[in-house]
Design a protein around this ligand. Sequence first.
Ligand SMILES: Nc1nc2c(ncn2[C@@H]2O[C@H](COP(=O)(O)OP(=O)(O)OP(=O)(O)O)[C@@H](O)[C@H]2O)c(=O)[nH]1
Ligand code: SF4
Ligand SMILES: [Mg+2]
Length: 412
Amino acid sequence: MEKSPKGLRLHIGLFGRRNAGKSSLLNAMTRQQVSIVSEIAGTTTDPVEKPMELLPLGPVLFIDTAGVDDVGALGEKRVQKTRQVFDRTDIGVIVVDAGRWDDFEQSIADELRGRGIPVIVVFNKSDVAKPSTALLDELHGSNTPCVEAVASEGRGVLELREALVKTAPEDFVRAPAIVADLVPPGEMAVLVVPIDMEAPKGRLIVPQVQTIRDLLDGDAYCMVVKERELRDALARLNRPPALVVTDSQAFLKVSADTPPEVKLTSFSILFARQKGDLCQFVEGALAIDRLRSGDRVLFAEACTHHPIGDDIGRVKIPRWLQQYVGGDLHITTVQGHDFPADLADYRLVIHCGACMWNRREMLTRLAQCRRANVPICNYGMTIAYTLGIFDRALSPFPDAMETYQRLKDDCR
Ligand SMILES: Nc1nc2c(ncn2[C@@H]2O[C@H](COP(=O)(O)OP(=O)(O)OP(=O)(O)O)[C@@H](O)[C@H]2O)c(=O)[nH]1
Ligand code: SF4
Ligand SMILES: [Mg+2]
């Protein structure tokens, strides 16, 4: 969990006056007693660093600082140390004590902004007092994300996580490879591309093209076949490919035609990893087992294409899912950037591969689902799960496999 070098971590500085609840917020975010909390102002004297994996963002480093409203000789040293934290902060979180925003908070905000560091304001102790509307309006006016929290009770943690995902500089939301890390240089991947009614005329679709490009960038190579020719094509190779990637719709046939020792996954799962968080989708897949007839399921597609015939998101997956559940589900479909603000009614969200989106948008949706406590899965993983080939489809991804095994064991 703490394998990433410190330099690659997103550094999140927690600033604010003494006793505002900075240490309480850090403990709530990490769900550990990392930093000492007390009612005595000035408890934290030196910056406290805590590396953690903040899903879905990745490795981060929280830096809890001493309250910088300190005065006096000792205070000055603390102020100095805290100010040094500005130098290594990628995102500054200003923790506000019960709505109190004075020159002091304003000066931290100015300093951070002056350095080009994005700012998030956490209005802590919102059980005691809330910020004024005028202040909120002003902060919204300057596009500063604001979060209400009661850190001592863990409230506001998910909202802060979401704000961090939205605010993180682009470099930190940079996507992992599509496939190049799974196929070493000089090795081959076989891509299975059905040419059916849904295939556009005269070209391949974006995920297929991007996968080919990523393999070439990684000095690997590939063979592209339709599912009918796969068995014959594999038989011609004098050594097995490093990976087979199929369109999800051909999963069953491709799984049957690919020798068990060859790793197999789908384009949709590759993109689920690149755009989002496979482990959260694994949790979502396991939620399929808890679905009951009549439950509401939200299907979300990033593109606004017109569905045709046996459309994957409109017809096929709903059919497989209902067969698996053994009853009718109440299915709603949304497209494009429309996504319900209130997800509470849904038992599961099933998302397309989001290949046309940037990672940040997908991560924001994942954070939204997590906050609403609604599981989310994606098309490819739902198909693999309902068809009973989930283990196989996850075999190239050890982290996701581990999450799957752990959650399965927890369910027992
Ligand atoms: N009512 C209420 N109390 C809180 C909340 N968050 C923290 N506290 C309490 O406020 C006090 C100070 O919390 P800390 O987390 O130590 O504050 P800090 O900002 O780290 O303080 P220094 O390290 O002294 O700068 C403790 O008694 C906490 O239990 C909250 O949301 N509501
Ligand atoms: S973004 Fe979604 S709907 Fe659009 S092509 Fe990719 S997977 Fe399909
Ligand atoms: Mg503290």
